[in-house]
Design a binder for this molecule. Sequence first.
Ligand code: ADP
Ligand code: XUL
Length: 515
Amino acid sequence: MAIFLGLDSSTQSLSALAVDTASGKVVLDESVNFGEALPEYRSPTGFLEAADPRLKHADPLLWVAALDRLLEKVVASGFDLGQVRGISGAGQQHGSVYLGTRVADAPRWTAQQPLVSQVAPLLSRRTAPIWMDSSTSEECDEIAAALGGQANVVAITGSRAVERFTGPQIRKFWKSEPEAYEKTAEILLVSSFLASLLIGGSAPIDYGDGAGMNLLDLRTGTFSPTLLAATAPGLAAKLGTPVPSHTRVGELAPYFVSKYGFAEHTPVIAFTGDNPSSLVGMGATEPGTAVISMGTSDTVFAAMREPRTDPQGYGHVFGNPAGGFMCLICFANGSLAREEVRRRVGLSWSDFERAILEQTKPGNDGNYMFPYFVPEMTPKILEPRVELFGSDAFRAFADAPASARAVVEAQALSMQRHSAWIGEHPRVIRVTGGAAKNRGIQQVLADVFDAQICTLAVQNSSALGGALRAAQAVEGLPWAELYARFVAPAVGSAVVPAPGVTGAYDGLRRQFART
Ligand code: ADP
Ligand code: XUL
């Protein structure tokens, strides 16, 4: 029996999932919701309130406290962490943590104190900008100008300079707080921060998540000197050297051994971004299988052999943790927009599902919504913008079923429009994330993409991806074997397009084309 643990520090929660490679079973699935479990961090949906809607920062200590909280919960459930033979995991992408003392140079974690009080004195910046932040347009323009245009940034990094990416965020920090930047010895991504906590050292950034920084040269796998220079002075020394995702970055710190009963010398494999990790957890590391992930953000992604880029500039190329590349398009108005609609019209999730499946029909009788409750990156909309077109009741948010369908139809159509550049029409799309279990959402996706939608038996694909990556790196098991054991479609999960609906979205398509 060999047990491998995957962690996923996402926007709203930290999860742990363990697989037993001998039995092919998931033997642990626990999580801690940040808002519910740690209200003292005043982050009900994982980030701090700010007056400016473009500013989205989180308290990195929340993520540290959640790690102790989660492991306490796992031990209390009776699970023996001493069986774990390897750990990997993932973090929400692009977010960055700033330390005045490198973790490698900090005192060894002591089990006499909670981790959070040992990490707090290391921070050189109290907050961590996260992927939802869209406050760095000026810095993006400056970086693009220094490179001679966005096309050159795309050619090196696989993405235009975009607001949420780490490079523009670092530049803003340097410009606004030069002294604090100067005192920063180490900048970590959420993923490498988690791995650093586990090893009690400085864990390197992997190619999967590193590609979301506007700093990594995709061809060489190193940080580009031109981009580093265009971003902030002295940056190379603060970032370390990026590594392939299967790299063993160290072994678990004694803190976790004595506190939670892990075995000594448990290997820790590089952490990656939540989307690259989901690519593994969805069994989609070979080209041909598209994935839609609906967590806090909605993302559409797929493996790619060669890095191809989006001519419109919204898509990104990241490292595929199994080697090669993946493309990804991200939408900020995912679950938070669906939740906001649900709140305004007072529907439970099951009502929401029924509204779509039973009370409305494709095309929504001409009731359309631009669902930009928070600033959006795809398409780029910096000021929140919610507009309703259609009947009077609908426009007054007084038609609950039509509101539920309208937000989901708009999201699905936007995903389809902005992923068309990938080229192939996917016949089957695998869906994951908190909203993926919603049959109404699945049906709209099937209708809009004209594709079969299927869910997998294991829901938490990013944490599963972490566990599978640890198994692959430590035991050398082939991906195909791991997928055969853990990445099975849920029985009876396939949802197919309703007959004759393709024309139903023409009105909404025209409305979108005008934006
Ligand atoms: P993240 O990984 O980004 O923290 P999750 O994948 O855990 O997010 O998804 C959380 C989201 O799932 C919640 O914000 C909620 O809106 C959504 N969700 C939960 N249940 C349902 C449901 N039945 N239908 C639609 N959305 C749901
Ligand atoms: C991807 C992105 C989000 C975050 C949070 O580019 O910004 O999907 O990874 O999940």
